[in-house]
Design a protein around this ligand. Structure first.
Ligand code: NAD
Length: 441
């Protein structure tokens, strides 16, 4: 099947490469010429484990190509995916749909023959209706259907998630009262995902608006779970309990489940913060406010900056003129994505308190340079820690798990580590004579 992917970022590039790997002919389109140039040279514009091999292998096999020219990219495509960004709109928290609608306009003028247009971007309820309206208005003769197929992959494990998903959600509209348009679009989607049907991945066909809401409901629920355990961690600190054991104790209950119960510095990343806000706005507009999600967003926002207080306390109550070593910058390990990373808020709060920052991250420095100012970047964790007055571990990269703590103690000016991911054991740190603070223990 001939597929076009509009937007070749974390979602578009991974999805495009995986569809090519399924045997489809895929063209990845992006308006960023630098991205396309890199891809044509076999250089990945993002860091995602396994992506270079997957992309370059399928490109060599002739199933995956890249272009900046949308019209050329979608010529003859039977399915066109919209996988552009939907960031928070400045000022009000609604999802900014300008990239989605711009893509819809461009697609409208270029499609030929029956085409299924699939929104893979995370978009508020009703966006599919608007995409359909835009295309119909710009090209009344076009034969097409608009389908919602939200993506659930996680950065850092994106390829595995795409190829072995917990579920695939496909939401079709109802263009014709007799449902014929739906049936045709369903057939195209079924053909696209056939390898996963064969793998017995659960596929859920729903109405289009329902599919759009499923994505936000999933992210808001996960954000709530994280925020819940973070507040339990604060309570643990106040009453002398251990959040790791509480997590285990509740997570073994099948109704709760053990995932997403790791207390930390607050959720970040390119999805949860913007998607919770967008859901809150949708709910308010619909007159069905989601007070739990509103609170989750507010609690999480405060938490990230508050983490700096832990570091300051460990440094004896004052970081003015002191050097803080920051281990890990990305919002989670195995990605270079810095969008809404807790490290940004923690670092800015420490800088406001007068600290100098030296940081190390295995993959995130290129993007960190774009969002952080006055930060020194070290080439490895030990160089980062050398001479530091206090350290804070923000992202739990594997490289930090097995640091030689005796060496660390020798290198730091004062051996003190705030561990915002509970990577180390308090008794071990005490035994080595390292001042230590963690979350909820
Ligand atoms: P991204 O910023 O990495 O990629 C978006 C790309 O689209 C950019 O490269 C941009 O240049 C390109 N683009 C924008 N307008 C275009 C146009 N008119 N024509 C061609 N290219 C265009 O974003 P992302 O992280 O891949 O997210 C994309 C969508 O998927 C968002 O809605 C996001 O919420 C959703 N999503 C993301 C993840 C994730 O983990 N990143 C997971 C699930 C869903």
């Amino acid at each position: 099947m001939r597929v076009a992917m509009i937007g070749s970022g974390y979602v578009g590039l991974v999805s495009g490469a995986c569809f090519a790997d399924f045997g489809h002919d895929v063209v990845c389109v992006d308006k960023d010429p630098d991205k396309i140039d890199r891809l044509n040279k076999g250089i990945m514009p993002i860091y995602e484990p396994g992506l270079a091999e997957l992309v370059n292998g399928n490109a060599r096999a002739g199933r995956l190509t890249f272009t900046t020219e949308l019209e050329r990219g979608i010529a003859n495509a039977e399915a066109i995916f919209i996988a552009v960004g939907t960031p928070s709109r400045r000022g009000d928290g609604h999802a900014d749909l300008s990239y989605v609608y711009a893509a819809a306009h461009e697609i409208a003028l270029a499609i030929k023959g029956y085409t299924v247009i699939v929104t893979k971007s995370t978009v508020p309820v009703g966006t599919g209706d608007e995409v359909e309206r835009i295309i119909r208005e710009a090209n009344p003769a076009a034969e097409f259907a608009v389908v919602s197929n939200p993506e659930f992959l996680r950065e850092g494990a994106a390829i595995g998630d795409f190829k072995r998903p917990d579920r695939i959600v496909i939401g079709t509209g109802s263009a014709n009262k007799d449902g014929t348009e739906d049936a045709r679009a369903r057939d195209v989607m079924t053909e696209l995902y056939r390898p996963l049907f064969l793998n017995r991945s659960p596929i859920l066909f729903t109405a289009r608006r329902t599919a759009e809401l499923i994505k936000y409901a999933a992210n808001a629920f996960l954000a709530t779970k994280i925020t819940f355990i973070n507040e339990i961690a604060d309570l643990c600190e106040a009453v002398g309990a251990d959040v790791q054991d509480v997590s285990r104790g509740i997570g073994l209950d099948n109704r709760i489940g053990s995932k997403f119960l790791h207390a930390g510095p607050g959720y970040g990343g390119s999805c949860f913060p913007k998607d919770t806000l967008a859901l809150v706005k949708t709910a308010q507009d619909a007159g069905a406010p989601m007070r739990i999600v509103e609170t989750v967003a507010a609690v999480n926002d405060q938490r990230k900056r508050a983490m700096a207080k832990k570091v300051i306390a460990l440094a004896g109550g004052d970081v003015r003129g002191k050097t803080v070593a920051v281990l890990g910058l990305t919002f989670k390990p195995n990605t270079d994505d810095m969008r809404d990373s807790p490290a940004i808020a923690v670092i800015q709060a420490l800088q406001d308190a007068g600290a100098s920052i030296r940081a190390y991250d295995p993959e995130g420095v290129e993007q960190a340079r774009l969002v952080l100012t006055d930060v020194d970047y070290a080439a490895d964790p030990y160089a980062c820690l050398t001479g530091a007055d206090v350290a804070v571990l923000v992202t739990e990269w594997d490289a930090f798990r097995a640091l030689d703590m005796d060496r660390v103690k020798g290198l730091m000016k004062t051996a003190a580590i705030a561990d915002l991911r509970n990577v180390y054991r308090p008794d071990e740190m005490a035994r080595r004579g390292i001042a230590y603070a963690s979350i909820g223990r």
